[in-house]
Design a protein around this ligand. Structure first.
Ligand code: AP5
Ligand code: MG
Length: 191
């Protein structure tokens, strides 16, 4: 089984590269951002609460994420060749909760892929996407906040997986195909 975490700053290409990994390796894509935006679109209680955090660029509370993700991970690891976690874990507490969950399910994280992109390129990509995405967080003020939160809370997750020898740093600059080639090389070395 291939259970991959794709990690990196807002706009680094997690969603884009996940789609390519899903197609090539037949994995299930679990994006916490997409799950939350689907709740927002449906105007559920959870969605309305989450939107107040997302639109300000803050992380939503861990409990909310674990509630929506735990059963999805259980379900998807049963019926697939593996999963891609996109946007989760987002802090060390979530990484610890994920480890506990995987142990309970008798499964293991294979690898964390960390995509590195220059801040200026991240901003350019997200501002461009904001022209059409309708996402409440794709504006300059919120993008800056998201980048700050990423450095403070999410970047330490890399250390957590480096210590477990399950870490791969990937250059996320270049064309989508070039980046996917780099990711594929790393994944193929783990299969
Ligand atoms: P989330 O949805 O995870 O957003 P994010 O991390 O900010 O990342 P994005 O989805 O914006 O970017 P991406 O890396 O997927 O890049 P993409 O492929 O789209 O989270 C949103 C919010 O939800 C968080 O801020 C938080 O509030 C909450 N949340 C989510 N998970 C949480 C958790 N676990 N705990 C707590 N809160 C949580 O690419 C970006 C753009 O660039 C696209 O337009 C794409 O077409 C383009 N692009 C991609 N690759 C390239 C390339 N190589 N060259 C040029 N353009 C490119
Ligand atoms: Mg995304």
């Amino acid at each position: 089984m291939l259970n991959i975490i794709i990690c990196g700053a807002p706009g680094c290409g997690k969603g884009t590269q996940s789609d390519l990994m899903v197609a090539k390796y037949e994995l299930k894509h679990l994006s916490t951002g997409d799950l939350l935006r689907s709740e927002i679109d449906k105007k559920t209680t959870l969605g309305l609460e989450a939107e107040s955090f997302i639109s300000k660029g803050n992380l939503v509370p861990d409990k909310m994420i674990l509630d929506i993700l735990s059963s999805a991970i259980d379900e998807q690891t049963k019926h697939s060749k593996g999963i891609i976690l996109d946007g989760f874990p987002r802090n060390v507490a979530q990484a610890e909760a994920l480890e506990a969950l995987m142990t309970k399910l008798n499964k293991e994280i294979t690898l964390l892929i960390d995509l590195h992109v220059d801040n200026q390129e991240l901003i350019t990509r997200l501002i461009k996407r904001g022209e059409t995405s309708g996402r409440s967080d794709d504006n300059m003020e919120t993008i800056k906040k998201r980048l700050e939160i990423y450095e403070k809370k999410t970047a330490p997750v890399s250390e957590f997986y480096k210590n477990k020898n399950k870490y791969a740093s990937i250059n996320g600059m270049g064309t989508i195909d070039e980046i996917f080639e780099r990711i594929s090389t790393v994944i193929d070395s783990k299969r």
